[in-house]
Design a protein around this ligand. Sequence first.
Ligand SMILES: [Zn+2]
Ligand SMILES: [Zn+2]
Length: 438
Amino acid sequence: MERTWHKPLPAADLLIRGGRVVDPLCGVDAAQDVLVKRGKIAETGKGLAAPKGAREVDADGMLVLPGFVDLHTHLRVPGREHEEDVASGTLAAAAGGYVKVFSMANTDPVIDTAVVLRGLVGTARAEAVVPAGFYAAVTRGLKGERLTEMAELAEAGAVAFSDDGRPLATAALVRRALQYARITGRTVAIHAQDDSLFKGGQMHEGPASARLGLGGIPSLCESLDVARALEVAAYEEAPLHVHHVSCSATLEHLRRAKAAGLKVTVEATPHHLTMTDEAVSSLDSNLKMNPPLREEADRQALVEALQSGLVDCVATDHAPHAPMSKDVPFEEAAFGTTGLETAFAVLYTDLVKKGALDLGTLVTRMSQAPAAIAGVEPPAIRPGAVADLCVVDPRATWTVTGDGFKSRSSNSAFVGRQLSGRVRLTLAAGRLAWEADA
Ligand SMILES: [Zn+2]
Ligand SMILES: [Zn+2]
């Protein structure tokens, strides 16, 4: 059953010469040439000859990595195409080294019927530069009342079910969602948030929010909702995916649940892994996101959990917003930051280069682990595999600027940052999806 769709592009023929191939799944970390023929990896090794007519890419000094997979993108279609659409969002993904993205259902209309989902599949077939897949909503209109027709949505290609942007507000709703989703073989993913604790919140509740006089969103708002969902999932013996975990209290619940054998998977975002609420002192609305940036102890706990595997994968929560939603006072701004084009460089610069995370683990968490969670073939750089890979120059430094994005929106929390690591080329589904100007 297909879970992603993309536009027909010509299959690639090229020889990537001399790069450092880092593929934890295949147990490879070595200088190798990679020969791609008709979109498939034909051969890897040293001193490979380019077949007649095939292009050669000099990857000397560069990393050749399994392409990244994002389980949490907002492509904003249908309904908010002025902020992002399938073409712009998947090009942004390709520019960030992504070879697959999965888009959320909090659109207008909501992806809550097979008709809407089939329309998106058609759009992806016409426009997607890298394969795109779609979540379907858990409840109709994301209203938290009646469940969607999950069987029909799964049949139409939904990768999983999520009301992302909204929590599943009652234990009964979580329970019904898990029961019905299980029949379809798809997982329920939760945006954990206890609304009674969220009310009026603008940023993490702590010393920084007190100083700034901004309404706080306590860690408890997340950890309590996750704890409840885990209890229900354990009771139902059903799998669960937790979106954008942000605080150490939540990690403790997840640790216990995993130790008890629950099938729970967890994602964390580049911004929660690298930034804290102290940065919000700038009152830059691009730093307003939900869940909010937490404290340094939370950030460190997330990094350790990413290294250990308690956090299974990185997901961007790429959330494009129009200037009118962000060029306003902090209190009035929308929640969210973009992330597809900066994710690898941010994590490489702030975690790998500083020795907090090893490169192979980062690759696993950005590529192969999220692919496995989505139920798609994990990208691998081995003969016979479809070419899903990216070439990254780790020496390239660049400054993130608002006008440098392929995304239609520029509300990035990382604008102004100097980063190391630039994606030079991306092959997705065997097609050349991205190549940076030399
Ligand atoms: Zn969310
Ligand atoms: Zn989201």
